[in-house]
Design a protein around this ligand. Sequence first.
Ligand code: ARG
Length: 588
Amino acid sequence: MKKIVDLLQEEISKAFEKAGYDAKYAKVTVSNRPDLCQYQCNGAMPAAKEYHKAPIQIAGDIVEAVGDSSTFKEIAAQAPGFINMVVSDEFIADYINKMNESETFGCDKTDEPKTIVIDYGGANVAKPLHVGHLRSAVIGESIKRTARFLGHKVIGDVHLGDWGLQIGLIITELSKRKPELVYFDESYEGEYPKEAPFTMADLEEIYPYATGRSKEDPAYKEEAQQATAELQSGRKGYLALWQHIINVSVADLRKIYTKLNVEFDLWKKESDAQPYIPDMVQYMKDGGYAHIDDGALVVDVKEESDTKEIPPCMILKSNGATLYNTTDLATIVERRKLFDPDKIIYVVDKRQSLYFEQVFRCARKTKIIGDDVDLIFVGFGTMNGKDGKPFKTRDGGVLRLEQLLKDVNDQVLEKMKDRDMDEASMADTAAKISLAAIKYGDLSNQASKDYVFDVDRFTSFEGNTGPYILYTIVRTKSLLAKVADNNITIDDSVKIAAPDNKSETDVMLALSKWSETVQAAYEEQAPHKICQFVYELSDAFNKFYHENKIVTNEDAAVRESYIKLSRLVGRVLEKAIDLLGLEAPEKM
Ligand code: ARG
């Protein structure tokens, strides 16, 4: 289904041609002065240069050529040469009825489905999930759902960090605490125990302890690095411990991601790319892409046009060890082999942008990926506390994601304590509201910007917040429940009538932006555009709700039309929040 701007553009193009001007000037956009008009065309200004006429004269010619059209309520030339448009009530209502009849509310599926891998989440095993990983999970999930809604084949991969120093640190600390474990006995030939010698809680204590100690004690750090290298070169006992760490951590991570309504199609890990490394390294050497620099194997990725220093991409350290880069490059090789993607999107902290620039350039230069594959880095900003510094616990520690979820949930429960609801519905409702508070609070900001995580504001039921959006959806649901209680049935053939007041027109105009919003959110990897849409629509709907009698309207035709419109608003909002990874409760 065509977007409103496209429909208008077609009509304006015809007018340009009819008046003897090139239709390339007929671009129509949503007005940036909604107080004056709804849509506008500024093409008379550039056209004035070509035709050596005053822009206002051209704009006047276009308005005259449009003539008496049923599309517009008003169309006027405005100095110095704007063409301002207000669409007719019938035109907008017709568009809304078409949206209502479409399963996707008029948002067309793509004609060219792409295969897209989304690398998001990026948690590290053995480390508790902390707020730094929240953004990746939340933003990536929305990008994934949006692309899928448009008909693309999307594969979401959590890409767990499981191959770095954190494992060496745990192995080292464990070897001090429990040297008797068979994993440390190099001569041991038997089977290793099925049961892990630690729990998630143990790991959560061991890891920070070992990190702290390695910072103070160089010998300890070296031991951990050595253990990491031995793990990576296949020491059996260490591999068995590593497997235990993964099993214990993944079980825990699954629980938390489920709570966050984040679902990965793949639970791949950095280590899964290891088998691809030897061939890749050989290929880079054979192709003359990589050379030895100070003992290390590197690929130069500088370009003439660079204005800042882009260091070479290191493939192997002088001791032969692989790096984060190596794994990411090998993962590209792996993904290409397994999925042949058209696009790989990485949703990672923007502080890794230089790193990804190196990796992408290296992948292109060495041709491990073709030029037809897009590599996209979606770098997100930091989540700060109210003091403007990275979000921490009160005592300055790193806040665990689970704790954050619980704190927000407690706050929501407190707000709802006088609601008349049984315990189970209360728990379910509070969980949905807190998730909306957290995720919407995050997603409503442009991803690349830092933002302040303000629990009080995010959990508020008013303003541009997740709970406010859910509240609006619940309002549409209770309205429909009332319709059912009053035995009002509405025939499918009933159309939504042309709007009879401004608040209704505003609801329709907000609704009509659905397909361009979803399209833009997909193309620009910008979930905040969906948030803007839901906020604008919610606001328009609440105003309409307050200013009009809906279920109790005495005029049956008006009542039915209003109810139908309200139902459409509810359905569109629910779909929109689904694309954000949220769900609405039945009551609030
Ligand atoms: N595990 C990494 C971290 O915590 C994020 C992984 C991002 N994805 C990637 N392909 N490098 O920083």
